[in-house]
Design a protein around this ligand. Structure first.
Ligand code: CA
Ligand code: CA
Ligand code: CA
Ligand code: CA
Ligand code: CA
Length: 409
């Protein structure tokens, strides 16, 4: 008996000695990180983000035209340093322009609604929503409302909501249209004028674009009884394949055209009419031959001044915005950046939107809204948000660009 116990004690003693001789690490947290692929990937991402920021700022410093943001939104809810805010859409309140709204996506959880001071008014946690767009004058429950559509990656669908123009409240999701694209990504609305039809375009990472016709209940009496559940009808009316990954899209309602940003190729234009052939043409100066464009091409917006049509595009790789004149005299005019002043500058912009009109004393001619990939307050890093820029200095800049272009500079 005695010899057996001493044998066990000896084994225990040897084990203790062995354990005490094992190499000890000075940083247990580091060991844990090395063992956890998620933590390692997170640190790598943070490092790449910093490198992207550094390189982007270097490239950005080449531009001479600049403006400042006059306001910024409440930062989006996300993990620290996460790429979360993505795409804004401006709703113009015709009756009371100062009460216009900005709808912004948070691709980690949903949609936020902001006022023109940047205050968050509403938060809708409807899923991983990437792009958003809207059109007014949509008939729903015998009322005129604002049709709001968003690409929802949680369910690979177009999520449809409506905004009440009287209260300015955004509804819950009233329909989810399951898309046939591989992974919903870019999205825009199109309001065809004649006939009066609303459409949503959605694209996927694999390069397929789907065009959906959207109608409210009661428009078509024969179908109304079968539609009572969703109250919104969506019908896929056209789909086409692009040569590479798209994202940002914008439709010109009055001309029936759809502009599509191919992230690594340039901006193409196709007919937005579902009955038309899909023949695309490249917007001059939007491809890799333009040294001022640094891919990805991201958000797109359209506007007109002095009877001329323009397109503005986010050139994400050099933190700048490119201006194109459209139509018969289509040309790249120049680029500008959003520098730091009272509000920090804008970097690595994904989505953007622009609306003209007299909104407020701060935005007397229009408002340009962009996503900011690196939001800071002083030297504090904050979650991403959206920046608001007055259109007045942009309009003056475009006039200067036109003058320079005309004189061949
Ligand atoms: Ca981003
Ligand atoms: Ca993108
Ligand atoms: Ca994006
Ligand atoms: Ca910033
Ligand atoms: Ca800030």
């Amino acid at each position: 008996m005695k010899s057996k116990y001493s044998g066990i004690s000896l084994v225990l003693l040897i084990l203790l000695l062995l354990v005490s001789c094992l190499p000890r690490s000075g940083d247990k947290n580091q060991d844990r990180r090395m063992d956890d692929p998620d933590a390692r990937a997170g640190e790598m991402e943070a490092w790449q983000d910093t490198m992207e920021l550094k390189r982007g700022l270097e490239r950005q410093s080449a531009f001479e035209y600049y403006v400042y943001a006059s306001a910024e939104t409440t930062p989006v809810q996300s993990a620290e340093g996460e790429d979360a805010a993505d795409d804004p859409a401006i709703w113009v309140n015709r009756k009371d322009p100062e009460k216009s709204l900005v709808l912004g996506t948070n691709k980690t959880r949903g949609i936020n609604v902001y006022d023109l001071l940047g205050n968050e008014l509403q938060k809708m946690n409807i899923g991983m929503v990437n792009n958003i767009d809207l059109r007014e004058g949509f008939q729903y429950r015998e009322n005129e409302v604002v049709l709001v559509a968003a690409s929802n990656r949680s369910i690979n669908a177009i999520s449809i909501m409506v905004l009440d123009p009287l209260s300015g409240r955004l509804s819950d999701t009233i329909a989810n249209l399951t898309a046939g694209v591989d992974e919903v990504y870019g999205l825009c609305c199109y309001h065809q004028q004649d006939p009066d039809v609303y459409f949503v375009f959605v694209n996927g990472k694999g390069g397929i674009v789907e065009q959906w016709k959207i109608s409210g209940i009661g428009e078509n009496g024969a179908q109304a009884s079968t539609l009572r559940k969703s109250e919104i009808q969506g019908e896929m009316v056209r789909s086409f394949q692009l040569s590479s990954q798209p994202e940002g899209m914008v439709a010109d309602d009055s001309k029936g055209l759809l502009y599509i940003g191919l992230e690594q190729e340039g901006i193409i234009v196709v007919s937005a009419d579902p009955g038309e052939e899909v023949e695309s043409s490249m917007l001059p100066g939007s491809d890799g031959s333009n040294p001022s464009i640094y891919f990805d091409i991201e958000g797109l917006a359209l506007f007109s001044i002095r009877g001329k049509d323009y397109l503005i595009a986010s050139s994400q790789g050099n933190f700048s915005y490119a201006i194109f004149r459209l139509g018969a005299q289509a040309a790249y005019l120049g680029s500008f950046i959003i520098k730091e002043a009272l509000v920090d500058g804008a970097e690595e912009t994904d989505g953007l939107d622009l609306a003209l009109g007299a909104f407020s004393s701060r935005f007397p001619e229009g408002i340009f809204v962009v996503q900011d990939g690196f939001n800071t307050d002083g030297d504090m890093k904050r979650n991403q948000n959206f920046k608001y820029v007055s259109f007045s200095p942009i309009r003056k800049m475009i006039e200067a660009m036109e003058d320079a272009h005309a004189s061949g500079l």
